[in-house]
Design a protein around this ligand. Sequence first.
Ligand code: GUN
Length: 292
Amino acid sequence: MSEAGAVLMDGNRLRDEIVNELNAQITAAGRPAVCLATVLVGDDKPSRIYVANKQRKAAEAAMESRHVELDAETSQSEVQQVVADLAADPAVHGILVQLPLPEGLNPDAVLELIPPEKDVDGLTPRSMGRLVRGQQGHVPCTPLGVMRLLERYGVATAGKRAVVIGRSTLVGLPQVLLLGRKGVDATPTLAHSRTPELREVCRQADIIVAAAGIARLVTADFVQPGAAVIDVGISRTADGIVGDVDFETVQQVAGAVTPMPGGTGPMTIACLLQNTLSAAQMQGAFPLAVSA
Ligand code: GUN
């Protein structure tokens, strides 16, 4: 930490720690096959890069991966057949269907075919229902990655006020549930682009999670001195890819801040791999950890 600046919550570093731990755990168990299947439909370039990164990190964690690639013209029933086959295959422990699907395909009908124990993305209605009801299941990887960063960098949550900006199923909604969970005990507010006086709402927060997808929305005047600010946004602008947080100004006021890139993105992958190992455990394909 520099004298005036915020602690940098380094997602690349924490991702590497988690991948190394997973590798050690799988190696110590004699390297039983733990397999993540990825499904990519169409030729969206960023999606292709995300999926390739997921497979590369799976290999570093001593996991296997299986990849199915379908062209953008694939029919709804063909995509569903591929996912149904992976769901029925006992050698596959986790299934990730990269979103968004090409226009014309219905993602809900595809996701519903993934059984909860293989839903390592935590995005199906059954997994989301379990999260809402406080039942065991896989938790969506991006908001889970945010929680891991807060833990790792010692950001207190109990009794703290948190503001989540953005109400997506992928991030904002599950993030609010995780921050408000028993044991975490923050008091989350769900804000969004139509929240009146968003700046004043954010200035009340000890923790801000910015997930609205609005480039550099959160500037220093949104931030209470010492607050933790986490950037989950990603926008493609004329200046290149930028987050929801104006890092340069915010880091002068915040107590802790994520860089972008190198903050929450790598953590999404780390949590996906953690979910894949726990999926293999749920399916009896990997010994359960014995806690000390
Ligand atoms: N597209 C962008 N982020 C994600 C994610 O976390 N999971 C899936 N399946 N698709 C995504």
